[in-house]
Write a protein that binds this ligand. Sequence first.
Ligand code: CO
Ligand code: CO
Length: 307
Amino acid sequence: MGADTSDDAAVYRIDQDTALILTVDFFTPIVDEPYDFGRIAAANALSDVYAMGGEPVLALNILTFPSCMDAAVLGEILKGGSDKMKEAGVYIVGGHTVDDVEPKYGFTVLGFVHPDRVLTNSGILPGDLLVLTKPLGTGIATTALKARMCDPMLKDRVVESMAALNDVASKTASRLGAHASTDITGFGLLGHSLKMAELAHVTLEFWLDKLPVFGGVLDLVKEGLIPGGAYRNKEYVGENVCFGTDISDDEKMILFDPQTSGGLLVAIPPAGAEEMVKLLPGNAWIVGRALPYDGTPLRCVRLHGDS
Ligand code: CO
Ligand code: CO
């Protein structure tokens, strides 16, 4: 399984019981603290293995770093990464560092999954509910952070969320019979959903008043703190989404906001979805449903007109 379905990672079957998962992810700093940058980079790289329903096992560091920069910063980045990998039960077995003008950090991650239990981004069935496992708005919040306009409480919540592993969400979704999953990253909620809707030939309907969003993010959008990626995602999704008339342009930008180390979006039959929310209180939300394809891949409505 590879690039043809734009899945989160490559899957290679070794035998009847074992398939190997392989993925790579690295990026430039999104927060000032090198330790936080390290653990977010690790959680983000692991996320693609979790999105496929897999168990990560080994990782290799990928690092670029300016030779003129303080080596203590480098140490903090690496410590953040290795602490997070330890939490995930993953061994960092090496890596490679290159001198560069800007730090970049990430990992190649290798994992395993049972071939019958691979969660792809293409298996959604009409009738499935959609469960999201982290709130939206990390791109907007980190844009505000760079502009020194992010409330410290919001910053803490967003950093902890980006550093949080999708391991429990993945295991729970897999065990409860999820049909499909992906992690929400650079293409935003609607960009990643469009891919899933097209692959499964279904219509995905999102309920705006059920979508978890970090508190304060909508205010930042109103102040114009919108990352460039959100506009690119809006353009990419284009006419493939139909919004309820009572949804504002500011609200729409949150659905296009590129996420760093975002949550899993899981398609799962209703009983499993209810159970998932019960098992992961505050870490899983039912945000919509899959319908037979009705001519528009994505819809976004407000369930209760007045909220
Ligand atoms: Co991914
Ligand atoms: Co990725």
